[in-house]
Design a protein around this ligand. Structure first.
Ligand code: BDR
Ligand code: CA
Length: 311
């Protein structure tokens, strides 16, 4: 069977790292590029984190490039309360010689898409700055993107404000560019990812695999569990970003609903909210398939399967 070609666009980040683990191991995916954006931490830190994780995964031959260091319009926000000073606090990484690709992340997205047959999906798990900039820099790419499967937004409650989810809030103008682009979008919002709670039982189950990647998973989740409890009071953290990869591997795990999604760019209290027309009251054409529920057992089985593939 032909592999699903993907660009991972991320801001690692604990849950981004797990998304990378799944994508790099599963035989049905081919990672064409990893582009990094500022988000959970500043760009220098998220790039370092991406290279550190890729090195543990032994991910060779995939270009990893630094993209945008700032949002398009708004002032920068980071999520150090959740991901720590490095953006990936918890694990200790060994020295390695993996280098970043010299190209700018935005150019790498453009080059990868223009060289493709229109069969590459983008999986953004951070702010949408890189993807939106690529669309603006070379609009020819828009029709070349097979689809965008992103983690971001919410049709109910936010996390960084009562109304907004972090990835959208960190660059609402970029999110607006992406959601109004006409590219088919699948949205893994907080409504879905808050159902994916990484309990102690899950951490122990993955830890029992006993390879270097499952160890990294455990180290990441121990830290992530602590901050998610401190900030939100969760007894087990929502594992947001890997849902994008799981969807591309096996969409039948998820239930989605077509909705019109618009990004709020003006509200005093709602800046960065994804306004999702759940009931279709506006009668406007949906621009996204928004995930509503999933088969959690199958999701954890898939994660375990991915982690077991490492030696
Ligand atoms: C999103 O924000 C980040 O902190 C996580 O990595 C995830 O992509 C959840 O709101
Ligand atoms: Ca992320």
């Amino acid at each position: 069977m032909a592999k699903e070609k993907v660009i991972l666009d991320m801001d690692p980040g604990h849950d981004d790292a797990v998304a990378m683990m799944m994508a790099a191991s599963h035989p049905s995916l081919e990672i064409k590029a990893i582009t990094v954006v500022a988000g959970n931490q500043t760009l220098e830190k998220t790039v370092r984190n991406a290279l550190n994780v890729a090195s543990v995964l032994n991910l060779k031959g995939v270009p990893i490039a630094a993209g945008m260091s700032r949002p398009m319009v708004r002032e920068q926000v980071i999520a150090d309360d959740i991901h720590g000073e490095t953006g990936l606090d918890g694990p200790v990484f060994e020295e390695h010689d993996l280098q970043r690709d010299p190209r700018h992340g935005v150019d790498l997205i453009i080059e990868t898409l223009l060289a493709s047959d229109g069969d590459v999906s983008i999986l953004p798990t951070g702010p949408l700055t890189n993807v939106a900039m690529a669309m603006r820099k070379d609009p020819r790419i828009v029709s070349k993107i097979k689809r965008i499967v992103l983690m971001g937004g919410s049709y109910q409650l936010g996390n960084v404000t009562p109304a907004a989810e972090f990835n959208i809030y960190a660059d609402p103008e970029a999110a607006h560019v992406v959601f109004s682009s006409g590219v088919p979008i699948v949205m893994m919002g907080l409504d879905l990812t808050r159902q994916v709670r990484c309990t102690r039982q899950v951490i122990d189950r993955m830890g029992a695999i006993g390879n270097r990647v499952s160890k990294l998973f455990v180290d990441l989740m121990e830290f992530f569990s602590k901050t998610q409890e401190e900030v939100f009071g969760w007894d087990a953290p929502p594992l947001h970003d890997p849902t994008t990869v799981a969807y591309v591997i096996d969409p039948s795990i998820f239930v989605t609903k077509p909705m019109r999604v618009d990004v709020e760019l003006r509200g005093d209290h709602t800046y960065g909210r994804t306004c999702c027309d759940y009931f279709g009251v506006t009668k406007r054409e949906p621009n996204a398939e928004v995930a509503t529920t999933l088969d959690l057992d199958r999701f954890w089985d898939l994660l375990e399967d991915c982690l077991r593939r490492y030696s």
